[in-house]
Design a protein around this ligand. Structure first.
Ligand SMILES: Cc1ncc(COP(=O)(O)O)c(C=O)c1O
Length: 389
């Protein structure tokens, strides 16, 4: 069977090789501890679940929902943006419901990218920006994120001909996998660049509430006048431990949101209404309700950093997200390092190269497992690093 290039040319799944080794080990009875995928172990808060339950009992909610989302949900999103970032959004034209950011990004790229268009993505980064671009037939230019620049792109080093050709740049701060948070100054520079070259700017803001330092990460839409060329993505996945629910949203330029709507109207038929009603409950909460999450992730970050320090690895503390980004203690192949650790210690790590060539030389730990398991895994990893396996 001849499959489409979309299928045959998609880069291999990040954790495929590691998954295979993990399954083999588990088959042999090894107790594998996974620091691999960023999927919160914590439950969705009860009031959100109770709201879903009540809404699911009402037959009115069993019907199709509007493609762009219930107006009450879109109003709750606009309200959340206003309270959190001081940004005004028109819930009718500037907000679209999504089945999570992953779905939204793929469909958004289908609405903007034509074959041959050039899209700038950060390297390392969440692979979906590149996958979505390729699905649409576009080309990708990878902008390196280097430790010496604090894992922010050096905008001035993007070659002029590349900038001239580029249609869109995709950023994601707080950043997966480097755990960097961007400042409003950086966003200002980015918008200046985008204006000069008439480029659309997208920001994946999925980790905005998982800040580990005092300052709350800003929105790209806080830059004055940026909205005309910006779309920002967010979801309830990480903010409210709702990864399995599939609920998120895109906001920004009414033209771009309208284009996304054309694709979505023709691919899905809206989110299950009770999920949106539960989403309203989540977004209407007082921001302090989420403090407990940051307390947990800060505590877990400290468990990881103190163990790494104990074995002689000095690591820059993550500023946001629930990841720790760590230079390899030996060797220069992140795949080899992570495979060795998995085979010898039964600990799954994320090999840095899985997020792009500039991720080579690093590995990632996700803090999404309970403290005792995290400690046990770190003890195994610490011993391996000390022994220099
Ligand atoms: C940067 C980034 N964006 C989006 C997602 C997926 O978000 P959602 O669950 O809303 O699809 C992830 C998941 O790991 C992510 O790391």
């Amino acid at each position: 069977m001849d499959f489409s290039k979309r299928v045959t040319e998609v880069p291999p799944y990040l954790f495929a090789e590691m998954d295979k080794v993990q399954r083999e080990l588990e088959g042999k009875g090894v107790d594998v501890i996974s620091f691999g995928v960023g999927d919160p172990d914590l439950p969705t808060p009860d009031p959100i679940i109770d709201t879903l339950n009540a809404a699911a009992r009402d037959p009115v909610n069993h019907r199709y929902s509007p493609y762009e989302g219930l107006i009450e949900f879109r109003k709750a999103i606009a309200n959340w943006y206003k309270r959190r970032f001081g940004v005004d959004l028109d819930p009718v034209r500037e907000v679209h419901a999504l089945m999570g950011v992953k779905e939204g990004v793929i469909h958004f790229l289908l609405s903007v990218v034509d074959p041959g268009d050039l899209i700038l993505v950060l390297d390392p980064s969440y692979p979906i920006y590149e996958v979505g671009t390729r699905f649409a037939g576009g080309e990708v230019y990878r902008v390196p994120l280097l430790a010496k620049n604090g894992f922010l792109p050096e905008i001035s080093s993007i070659p002029n001909d590349v900038a001239q050709k580029a249609k869109l740049i995709f950023v994601n701060y707080p950043h997966n996998p480097t755990a960097t948070v961007a400042s409003l100054d950086f966003y200002q520079e980015l918008i200046g660049f985008a204006r000069e070259y008439e480029i659309v700017v997208c920001n994946d803001l999925v980790y905005s509430e998982l800040y580990l330092e005092k300052e709350r990460p800003p929105s790209l839409l806080q830059v004055k006048g940026a909205k005309e060329r910006v779309v920002e993505f967010h979801s309830l996945s990480k903010t409210f431990n709702m990864t399995g629910w599939r609920i998120g949203f895109a906001v920004g330029s009414p033209e771009l949101i309208g284009a996304l709507g054309v694709i979505k109207t023709n691919t899905d038929s809206g989110l299950f209404r009770p999920i949106q009603i539960a989403g309203i409950k989540a977004l209407n909460q007082d921001f302090r309700e989420q403090d407990y999450l940051r307390v947990i992730y800060r505590r877990r970050r400290d468990i990881v950093l103190s163990k790494l320090k104990e074995v002689g690895l000095q690591v820059d503390p993550p500023q946001g997200t629930f990841y720790v980004w760590i230079p390899l203690p030996w060797g220069n192949s992140s795949i080899d390092f992570c495979k060795t650790i998995l085979e010898r210690c039964g600990v799954v790590l994320g090999p840095g190269v899985g997020w792009g060539q500039y991720g080579e030389g690093y590995f990632r730990i996700a803090l999404t497992l309970e403290d005792d398991r995290l400690r046990a895994g770190m003890d195994r990893l610490g011993r391996a690093i000390q022994k220099g396996l």
